[in-house]
Design a protein around this ligand. Structure first.
Ligand SMILES: NC(=O)c1ccc[n+]([C@@H]2O[C@H](COP(=O)([O-])OP(=O)(O)OC[C@H]3O[C@@H](n4cnc5c(N)ncnc54)[C@H](O)[C@@H]3O)[C@@H](O)[C@H]2O)c1
Length: 341
């Protein structure tokens, strides 16, 4: 299989043409309980080549990103006579595209994967750039692959059934990429209400996709430039893992909003990030997200940070900002600096 960066296709009819050229490949659609109801009927109507595809359904939610689910799905595919020409189509949010991307990259040493994101977060972030993963217990994304053979198809109409909280969840990643890469976009976002402004579904969403694609195109395997996208995610992932372990209801983007908040605090302390711009970011984040108080989790936060994939020799590595659009990677942060946040 050829392995190079693939841009998001903007039209589901392209998918129909792609599948029409592969009439003998067995097609599987991986989805969760919600996308089965809300998105599958639309997909089958738009892509007639998928009529009769095998359905693989998992429970909605982060709990499905696990090796035991990979085991169940692999057994189901073998029972349905899947072979190396089979095509796996992931229809869902980041949970489903991460899970399906991983399954397709290891099943019979790799089959074609197609990602159809149905959440804002999936469209602007999880489906772009080939990262796949499952969790180990409640520790996020510990087993995964880069699967650059994934083809991505965008159909924004899927967002019509997504609830407001899930939309805001994805907007956290739009905020992140604007702060890291595009000050003009951030200024527009800062003056807009994410609960009302249609640009979040249009210009802002599309701009975020192209910003992420530009970064991944330059550094597909995250050796350098791509690391800037981890801004807000070091503490964000630790917060997500802690809240998951405690059975608290905190979504990925909500944890990332808190991660951005604290990464800006560290950027003020370590890199003299401008105070007025920091205040704008704190104001916007606290207005739209509940910022987790790290002091509540003092005993746990260091343990979860210790599992971060960016750590080297046991040191925590953060992406911090000198200014909006000026990230600095591999910044060493001590345990004391974390505990003082
Ligand atoms: N691979 C990457 O680069 C990357 C990047 C960011 C996040 N992620 C991963 O993405 C996951 C989070 O993704 P998410 O926020 O999309 O979560 P998700 O996949 O759990 O979807 C959120 C909820 O929305 C429901 N849903 C999805 N589409 C719907 C629709 N159109 N209408 C109604 N309901 C719908 C889902 O069933 C679920 O209940 C996390 O596991 C995170 O680690 C991966």
């Amino acid at each position: 299989m050829e392995s190079s960066f693939r841009e998001t296709h903007k039209n589901l009819s392209d998918l129909n043409s792609f599948l029409a050229l592969r009439p003998n490949s067995k097609k599987f659609i991986l989805l969760d309980t919600n996308t089965y109801t809300h998105c599958l009927p639309v997909l089958i109507e738009e892509v007639e080549e998928l009529y009769g595809a095998e359905i693989l359904e998992v429970e909605e939610g982060e709990g499905s990103k696990s090796l035991s689910i990979i085991d169940n799905l692999s057994s189901a595919m073998i029972e349905s006579s899947a072979d190396r020409d089979s095509i796996l189509i992931s229809l869902g949010g980041g949970v489903i595209t991460d899970l399906g991307g991983f399954l397709a990259s290891v099943f019979k040493r790799g089959i074609q994967h197609i990602s159809i994101p149905t959440t804002v977060l999936g469209m602007v972030d999880a489906s772009i750039g080939g990262k796949t993963a499952v969790n180990v217990g409640e520790i996020k994304n510990q087993i995964g692959t880069f699967n650059h053979n994934t083809l991505v198809y965008l159909h924004k109409e899927f967002l019509e059934t997504l609830d407001k909280r899930q939309v805001l969840n994805g907007i956290a990643e739009i905020i992140k990429i604007s702060i890291v890469k595009d000050e003009l976009l951030w200024q527009e976002i800062r003056e807009s209400n994410p609960n009302k402004d249609e640009r979040f579904y249009n210009e802002f969403l599309e701009k975020s996709i192209s910003l992420k694609e530009d970064i991944v195109r330059q550094d597909p395997n995250e050796e350098n430039e791509r690391k800037i996208l981890n801004f807000g995610h070091t503490l964000g992932h630790a917060i997500e893992s802690i809240t998951l372990s405690k059975g608290l209801d905190v979504l990925h983007g909500e944890a990332v909003a808190s991660g951005i908040y604290y990464a800006i605090k560290l950027s003020e302390q370590k890199l003299s990030f401008p105070k007025d711009k920091a205040k704008d970011i704190y104001d916007y984040l606290t207005q739209h997200y509940k910022i987790v108080d790290l002091k509540e989790y003092k005993d746990l936060i260091l343990n979860y940070l210790a599992a971060d994939k960016k750590n080297i020799n046991g040191e925590f590595r953060f992406v911090l900002l000198e200014d909006i659009g000026k990230p600095s990677i591999n910044f060493i942060i001590t345990k004391e600096e974390i505990l003082n946040l």
